[in-house]
Design a protein around this ligand. Structure first.
Ligand SMILES: *Cc1c(COP(=O)(O)O)cnc(C)c1O
Length: 421
């Protein structure tokens, strides 16, 4: 499928008059329409709710939009809990899914009355000693082995090598203990593969969880109220990849639900999701400017953005599609490495990419950066984090995070007069 940016060169030229590149920009219209599609795809389930994975795009203005679309938040840390609370989420609007969880985080989660999802069996005892077990509690399941879909030979991931979750025996025992400690409303969670591009991921995962839920009821008497399929639905980063069909995914989960849960008398269980990438990735671009060109053994274009603004290509070798603004329909007959300025050779947004001829001053649009983009940013080489901008439904734009300044970068030395900048 042809990948088209949601901003034009003209719009970028308008924005840079106020906010210079590089910046991340988000498409409100796309975010809302996608959130509505997800909701419609799971409308067969009365209790369905998406808990947006805050770590993907921790910006309160984005979170507000998602909240207006009915989403709650999946938090993984103390600050994400703080942020969600500030946006107006409370109690059941939040799931706290963390691992190697510090005491302070547990205490804040408990104080806020959010739904805590235990990553480990030993955390039951930890939380109980710290502040007692709340009425609502969730456990993360790791079935071990390899995770396969029905497609022959398709191993998606190897849960036995993943650090997350309870083993099968632990989860049975865990729910017994939690029931004895007074918990009343129970959830189960699993996240077995990331960035999946098959409509089968959720249905296969759902089947595993639903069977486990039936087993838990038989062995412990605990009736699970919500089943959290977590994140993992991927997006088509490459133009030649086939997108997921969220309606097919919804139907696949419904089929497993009707086959396994309904006959077991568990037809009231709610389905939760904790999608991050699927909710935001396609609706964000990193917009940068070509500031240098270099002709050595290869042809290089140097941008004013670098891996500190988007680390996925440097860390995972991930493909991010690139459009040269204003040259959308020009032939791609030049081969470039598109780089940032970090002193690391992996700081390349694209390697041997065929693109239209690039002049310095051209705006370079890097696609699918709306999730795990800005949020994974860092300050290596003294690079500052960029601004974030929201392209609103009416076509106007709004600053939703200002760019860092040197003062922000040096702020953590402010205890000493000598190094206050
Ligand atoms: C990262 C994460 C998510 C979101 O994952 P995506 O791949 O962005 O959908 C959801 N839940 C948990 C517990 C996570 O760690």
């Amino acid at each position: 499928m042809k990948k088209e940016p949601f901003v034009t060169k003209e719009k970028i030229e308008e924005i840079v008059k106020e906010y210079p590149t590089p910046f991340h920009i988000y498409d409100e219209k796309g975010i809302r329409e996608n959130a509505r599609r997800l909701k419609a795809a799971f409308s067969w389930n009365k209790g369905f709710r998406e808990y947006f994975a805050v770590k993907a795009t921790p910006n309160p203005y984005i979170m507000e939009i998602l909240m207006e679309e009915g989403c709650g938040f999946d938090c993984s840390s103390y600050t994400e809990l703080m942020l969600s609370e500030r946006v107006g989420a409370k109690g059941d609007d939040i799931i706290f899914s963390s691992n190697a969880t510090p005491n302070e985080d547990f205490l804040l989660a408990r104080k806020m009355g959010v739904q805590i999802n235990f990553d480990d069996f030993t955390h039951i005892e930890v939380l109980d000693r710290l502040c007692g077990i709340p009425e609502t509690i969730c456990c993360r399941y790791n079935p071990g082995g390899e995770f396969k879909t029905s497609e022959k030979g398709n191993v998606m991931d190897t849960p036995r090598d993943a650090k997350y979750g309870f083993t099968h025996d632990q989860i049975i025992e865990g729910f017994k203990i939690l029931k004895n400690k007074g918990a009343k409303r129970f959830g189960i969670h699993a996240f077995l593969a990331s960035n999946t591009l098959t409509n089968e991921y959720y249905p296969v995962l759902a089947e595993i969880l639903f069977k486990t839920v039936v087993e838990i009821k038989e062995k412990t008497g605990v009736e699970i109220s919500f089943i959290d399929l977590s994140g993992g639905i991927g997006i088509a980063y490459r133009p030649d990849q086939l997108e997921n069909d969220i309606f097919e995914i919804g139907k696949g989960v419904e089929k497993a639900y009707n086959k396994i849960l309904v006959p077991a008398g568990l037809g009231n269980a709610a389905i939760y999701t904790e999608l991050g990438r699927f909710m935001l990735a396609p609706y964000g671009h990193l917009v940068a400017k070509a500031i240098r060109e270099k002709h050595i053994y290869k042809e290089y274009i140097g941008l004013d953005a670098c891996a500190a603004n988007l680390m996925r290509p440097a860390v995972y070798g991930s493909y991010h599609h690139i459009t040269v603004a204003g040259k959308e329909n020009a032939p791609c007959d030049f081969k470039y490495d598109i780089t940032g300025g970090l002193c690391e050779n992996c700081d390349k947004f694209a390697v041997d990419r065929m693109l239209p001829k690039i002049e310095t001053g051209d705006y370079i649009i890097i696609h699918d950066t709306g999730a795990h983009g800005f949020s994974m940013g860092y300050n290596y080489n003294g690079k500052l984090r960029s601004a974030e901008i929201l392209l609103k439904e009416d076509g106007s734009f709004k600053l939703i995070r200002r760019a860092e300044t040197p003062t922000d970068y040096f702020a953590t030395f402010d205890f000493d007069e000598k190094y206050r900048f």
